[in-house]
Design a binder for this molecule. Structure first.
Ligand code: SF4
Length: 460
């Protein structure tokens, strides 16, 4: 991969950007910053779209049918952006039992699902055997279902909770991951990435592993042959340079995994998904919002450094003001991720937080994938924003954007290309019964289900 030596501002030149699109030039962090701040949004979208088309072609855009299962909301961490966590003694604290978990998996299998995404709080009461038995049970009952579960912060808490053998943290991580993999774990989701820069992370991710440990968990997963994803939650106290730095770490560690394990059946980051912070019901959401018309620069931007070395003492208001990301900031950030992350296959649109309209627009800003249908969601919905869409609506969104929808699996292999008349969206005769779900309201049986009337709706 060629490293750009062009001066930063020249990245605005179309001939240089064409090299990025063609995969002949890698953006520097400074160039990414320049693009973020200087390039008009539609133009930035066009370049990200070109890069996306180079990688994924002009015709097909994908989605997966899986189910997001949050098996417990009891958590030892106290992330300030989180409205989901509970202490074990709280009335609405929960841990789902195996019967409920198996029922949830059955429901997604019944509608053609191929994967479950299982993440929880970090619950110190659950022993290793609870996870091993669950994974084995899932493998016995649903051998066709891919288990994508346990983000790096959970893995690190497992290391602490289980009195894990090993002479170093790496050995302990490898021991835990090997046990889980042997029991049936197939891949690791990128939860808990948030923003990697230390100054931000120590303010918002109380009790959660730092960036290096997060990245190390993923590296060991890659070494063991498991694929992973990477995520970023932005639009709070961080500066724009923190977002670029976050992407830079993902890109750098991906290079290492590909180089070290790529020829030996190793895994890698298959996807990058970013979304804006959802403020409702969380401590961070009560922090005063920065008025963007203020002449002073946002404290997060004063502190943020492209190399991640920003320190909170550089601005007295750092961490005491948030700058929420609207649609334009979201689309800019996603477009930059598509251009910057030249070694990541998929960029996912975040319609769950942004809503279907922006989620569809994101397909023109570098995203090739709409993620999953949503039967239930508990984490961001606790923070006030979740949209629920079924398979027909996802296909409708993709087709409406001018592409052919295709159902994929966890490896991004295509399972069904919906180019015929029996496509899920083509079978719908009355779209009035297919309105996207309203915001989440349901909390009975310790989960949250989509409050809509489409066939996927359950547990209402
Ligand atoms: S975001 Fe996850 S780790 Fe942080 S408090 Fe919430 S449930 Fe716990």
């Amino acid at each position: 991969m060629a490293i750009s030596t062009a001066p930063t501002a020249e990245i605005l030149d179309s001939t240089i950007l064409q090299d990025v699109v063609d995969g002949n030039l890698r953006l520097t962090s400074e160039q990414a910053m320049c693009l973020y701040h200087e390039m008009p949004l539609p133009e930035l979208g066009r370049w990200a779209d070109k890069r996306c088309r180079t990688l994924h072609g002009d015709f097909i855009r994908t989605y997966i049918v899986d189910r997001n299962i949050n098996y417990t909301n009891i958590c030892t961490a106290k992330c300030t952006f989180c409205a989901f966590r509970r202490d074990g003694h709280e009335d609405d604290a929960y841990t789902l039992n195996y019967d409920v978990l198996l029922q949830k998996v059955q429901e997604i299998v019944d509608i053609g699902g191929t994967q479950i995404l299982m993440q929880g709080g970090m619950n110190p009461e659950l022993p290793l055997e609870w996870y091993i038995d669950l994974l084995q049970l899932l493998g016995e009952k649903f051998p066709q279902v891919h288990v994508h579960a346990f983000s790096p912060p959970e893995i690190i808490e497992f290391v602490h909770f289980f009195n894990t053998p090993g002479n170093s943290l790496e050995e302990q991580i490898r021991w835990v991951l090997t046990k889980l993999q042997e029991a049936g774990l197939k891949s690791i989701p990128g939860g808990g990435g948030e923003i990697f820069a230390h100054a931000v992370r120590e303010k918002i991710g109380l009790g959660k592993c730092n960036a290096e440990v997060w990245l190390t968990v993923m590296r060991i997963a890659h070494e063991l042959g498991m694929n992973t994803s990477a995520t970023m939650m932005f639009g709070h106290i961080e500066g724009i340079a923190d977002r670029i730095h976050h992407m830079d770490l993902v890109r750098t560690w991906q290079d290492r995994s590909i180089e070290d394990f790529g020829l030996n059946g190793g895994g890698r980051y298959k996807a990058f998904i970013s979304w804006p912070f959802q403020p409702d019901n969380s401590p961070l959401g009560r922090v005063k919002e920065w008025n963007t018309s203020e002449a002073e620069p946002f404290p997060g931007d004063v502190v943020a450094k492209l190399d991640g070395t920003g320190v909170k003492s550089e601005h007295p208001e750092f961490g005491r003001r948030i700058c929420l990301a609207g649609s334009s900031s979201y689309l800019r950030t996603q477009a930059i991720s598509r251009l910057f992350l030249d070694n990541i296959y998929s960029i996912g649109s975040s319609w769950v937080t942004m809503g279907p309209a922006i989620g569809q627009t994101a397909l023109f800003y570098g995203a090739n994938d709409l993620g999953s249908v949503m039967l239930e969601e508990n984490v961001v919905s606790a923070a006030g924003t979740t949209w629920c869409l079924n398979e027909a609506k996802l296909c409708h969104m993709i087709r409406g954007a001018g592409f052919t929808p295709a159902k994929r699996d966890n490896k991004y292999d295509l399972l069904q290309i919906h180019d015929g008349e029996n496509a899920p969206d083509k079978m719908v005769t009355d779209w009035s019964s297919q309105e996207q779900g309203a915001l989440i309201a349901h909390t009975s049986s310790n989960n949250t289900a989509c409050n809509n009337s489409v066939p996927l709706t359950i547990n209402q």
